[in-house]
Design a protein around this ligand. Sequence first.
Ligand code: NAD
Ligand code: UGA
Length: 466
Amino acid sequence: MRVKRICCIGAGYVGGPTMAIIAQKNPSIAVTVVDINANRIAAWNDENLDNLPIYEPGLSEVVKEARGKNLFFSTAVDQAIEEADMIFISVNTPTKTYGVGKGMAADLKFIELCARQIARVSKSNKIVVEKSTLPVRTAEALKSILDNTGNGVNFQILSNPEFLAEGTAVNDLLNPDRVLIGGDIDHEKGKEAMQALVDVYASWVPKERILTTNIWSSELSKLTANAFLAQRVSSINALSELCEATGADDNEVAKAIGADSRIGSKFLQASVGFGGSCFQKDILNLVYISRSLGLAEVADYWEQVITMNDHQKDRFAKKMVSTMYNTVSGKQIALLGWAFKKDTNDTRESAAIYVADELLAEQAQLHVFDPKVQKQQILNDLKTLNTRSEEENANLVSIYNDPFKACEDVHAIAVMTEWDEFREYDWQKIYDQMMKPAFVFDGRNILDAKKLEAIGFSVFQIGKAN
Ligand code: NAD
Ligand code: UGA
């Protein structure tokens, strides 16, 4: 069968960009992205493309090309489900904050609500695609809900996890290393459904990069791909501490080990700690699943990736305090960057949030600048931690639109996100207007330490003996 109408439930960081590319590359398919968040949908429909709800390089051009032709954003969820022959579920699957598995397991309530809604509304056969990252064997639960609460129509369930990274979403979608499709490979209807989805991607992805497999392997591959990636960051971050203690240089070590083609050079950049909405949540989920299956050693092994990441954030904040004569109370500190990585306005689980929290606990006064993150988002992130009142946060944290203003009269600057523009600043000008001694803590190793030291800064970089 050829798909004519697609509905995607969830207009977030995955649903929005993924559907925009699918629509752009398949002009004959009508793609409707729906969400219960009316503000988000309004932003996707905004005439001014600068107001799209998420920032991704190249995304506004794709939306401009397809929106209103075969790409639609709507809050009419029932209608879009009913009209579609293929439905992607791309809703959030955060870590549970209550009950059994609190703090570890994935919260599947949004997924279940979608399944019940699809079952209730559907009057014709549908292919339901898991786009969200889900615990292995979720498809079983989905099938049970769909078949037991539906109107007797046939549902085929596929797993099609998304591997895009934020900041490079458009390029990752246009040139994926692979597209993974899991389905019921033992039955004709399952194979037909898989082929229908293969055809959607084959409009622009070379066939050899479209992998098909059974549904459990597909679900598990997504969780473990993220776990492997995060593990590399924790590995290089563990090495960075060793480098600081021994005089080795983490960039040099990364270069040397990454030159081994079996290891590879990517994802070996030491940092103040990985963030983002998924690495931590997916590993916690993997740990939870392993523990539920009685696989204690497997669970402990993966949990260590998170332990190391927490340590990296914590030791960065502690290093700042100890370097500044063991007190930052009343001191002004500028944080450059709040997003969890460059080229995104996403701040979920950003290391900056946790470092800021530790510095605030030491009674520092923070000046925050990020080129893409809005003031309210920064205050919300701190509020969510629940460490102190909103009023206290607002009194202790000032948010700036101008990096030079943020750095005026501060005792120290900490680079939290690797935004390219930070490298290009007039650091002499920044130095001239700072308190002395002027400290820079480069949590991303993006600044030229020699140049800064020549100006007069005291510089700390991750993974370098200082
Ligand atoms: P998100 O929070 O940005 O977007 C999810 C959207 O779903 C929200 O706008 C929410 O309002 C909407 N939603 C929730 N329940 C709904 C319902 N019942 N009906 C309609 N809309 C509903 O999340 P995201 O970052 O796009 O992530 C979605 C999934 O994709 C997660 O499982 C995540 O793990 C996975 N993933 C994310 C990324 C990433 O880079 N962010 C990459 C790969 C995979
Ligand atoms: C990650 C994966 O890369 C995607 O394949 C996956 O689809 C996605 O998670 C997901 O499931 O959500 P993302 O979190 O958007 O993508 O961004 P990454 O580039 O992976 O960076 C994650 C974090 O690790 C960032 O904080 C980044 O700064 C940090 N990082 C990354 C390092 O500290 N060092 C590195 O070498 C690489």
